[in-house]
Design a protein around this ligand. Structure first.
Ligand SMILES: Cc1ncc(COP(=O)(O)O)c(C=O)c1O
Ligand SMILES: [Zn+2]
Length: 415
């Protein structure tokens, strides 16, 4: 079923056999799955894909698994919806939202990666899986492991948003809170993968796991009638998603499923943790690690594993990067909700706020379609919206109370 022939080092190019390894044994750089595209092309056609169920496994030839017994049926194939009101507000001619806040089962794009990683874990005969997470991955691994009959050990910074913590524990996972930020959690997980031989999805299963992000790109192309957009704006934490969207478009082009065209891929990070966006703005080829200080916990990775390749993707594609402040992020969440009825978590607010800055700078002046990646649901990060009262008023439930309120409120609304 799979067409992966090797794992190739992203730095030195050395290839090795498909196995659960974290990095190149020569230079410790990250690994990339290599496909036999001639073999893929035999069965991967527009017509064949159209016949398949509406989930990420419709692109199975370009995912690094062999088995038909996959985890995560029903995951992916999220809505790609037009956003005309937001487009007008931002001065963009044609705007689309790829809404992974609706991803099955835990409302973020991480469900895609976990579907691939846990399928691979079962292929390797691994019984215990784990992850280091800024929150969304924790939800996805815990839920996926429960459904797949695997044991899950999940490690997160102990001060994450409560929906991310409770929404992991509910699935019965062993959830370890770590005092410290994500980068510390991640270092510990690398040690645990070595020590216990467990399958850490973003450590020793990373080369497989990360390929799940390509399905965002495949879907955008298919849902647009196999045409690529002119621009994509992606959130960045570890910097993997943005590069995988580029890889997806490139693979479709190599297979002749889409016409090749320049897609500018832009990256968004919050100002309080912008090692990749900052490097792009300064013309650097590698990120400078930072200590995160932002409400955007899902993107708070100070030392991004795929930072250099994210920078390369942005520069190669003619994209830009933006780093909006936390208040801009909250405005971005509210703007998307009020214009399009879509509720994004802080990562999505970061994308909308970055897009506003990019639009003001004339980035989309070519009039080509723009797709925003909204990767997680706003119900996961509601505490950050507590800066404004939710109620317009609180009354005793008498008609006269409401009338008195409406008299004032209606006038205020008109004024
Ligand atoms: C909601 C959300 N969007 C985007 C990202 C960034 O993905 P990457 O680490 O691949 O850059 C994350 C990572 O945790 C996330 O949780
Ligand atoms: Zn190497």
């Amino acid at each position: 079923m799979g067409r992966v022939i090797a794992l190739r080092c992203k730095e030195c190019g050395k290839e090795q056999a498909v196995s659960p390894v974290a990095a190149c044994p020569e230079c410790w750089a990250a690994l990339e799955a290599v496909y036999d595209l001639d073999e893929v092309a035999r069965t991967f056609t527009r017509e064949a894909i159209a016949q398949r169920p509406a989930d990420l496994w419709r692109y199975r030839e370009l995912l690094p698994v062999e088995t038909k017994d996959v985890v995560g049926r029903g995951t992916g194939f999220t809505p790609l919806v037009p956003a005309p009101t937001l487009a007008r507000r931002l001065g963009i001619r044609e705007l689309w939202i790829k809404y992974d806040a609706a991803c099955h089962p835990t409302l973020s794009f991480k469900d895609r990666l976990v579907a691939v990683a846990l399928t691979k874990a079962r292929e390797f005969g691994i019984g215990t899986v784990g992850c280091a997470s800024t929150g969304n991955l924790a939800n996805a691994v815990a839920a996926g492991a429960a459904a797949a009959g695997l044991r899950a050990v999940v490690l997160v910074p102990e001060d994450l948003e409560s929906a991310k913590i409770l929404g992991t524990a509910v699935y019965g996972a062993t959830l370890v809170g770590v005092r410290g930020n994500y980068d510390r959690v991640n270092r510990l997980c690398a040690q645990l993968a070595d020590r216990y031989g467990w399958g850490f999805v973003n450590v020793n299963l990373r080369a497989f796991y990360s390929e799940g992000s390509k399905t965002v790109g495949f879907e955008i192309a298919e849902q647009r009638g196999w045409r690529l957009p002119g621009h994509v704006v992606a959130p960045m934490a570890g910097g993997s998603l943005i590069g995988k969207v580029e890889k997806a478009f490139k693979q479709l082009e190599q297979l002749g499923l889409v016409e090749g065209r320049a897609v500018a891929i832009h990256g968004a990070q919050p100002a309080g943790c912008a090692p990749i966006a900052g490097a792009v703005k300064d013309g650097l080829t590698a990120p400078r690690p930072v200590k995160p200080d932002t409400i955007v916990r899902s993107l708070a990775i100070g030392d991004p594993a795929d930072g250099a390749s994210a920078i390369a993707t942005i520069q190669r594609s003619g994209g830009r990067a933006e780093n909006p402040t936390d208040p801009e992020v909250l405005d971005g969440i509210r703007l998307l909700a009020e214009t399009e009825g879509l509720f994004a978590e802080t990562a999505g607010g970061t994308v909308v706020a970055a897009t506003r800055r990019l639009a003001e700078a004339g980035t989309f002046a070519d009039g080509e379609p723009v797709v925003l990646l909204i990767t997680g649901h706003g119900l996961k990060t509601v505490e950050h919206l507590a800066d404004r009262p939710a109620f317009s008023t609180i009354i005793d439930g008498k008609l006269s109370d409401f009338e008195a309120f409406w008299e004032r409120h209606g006038k205020a609304a008109v004024a």
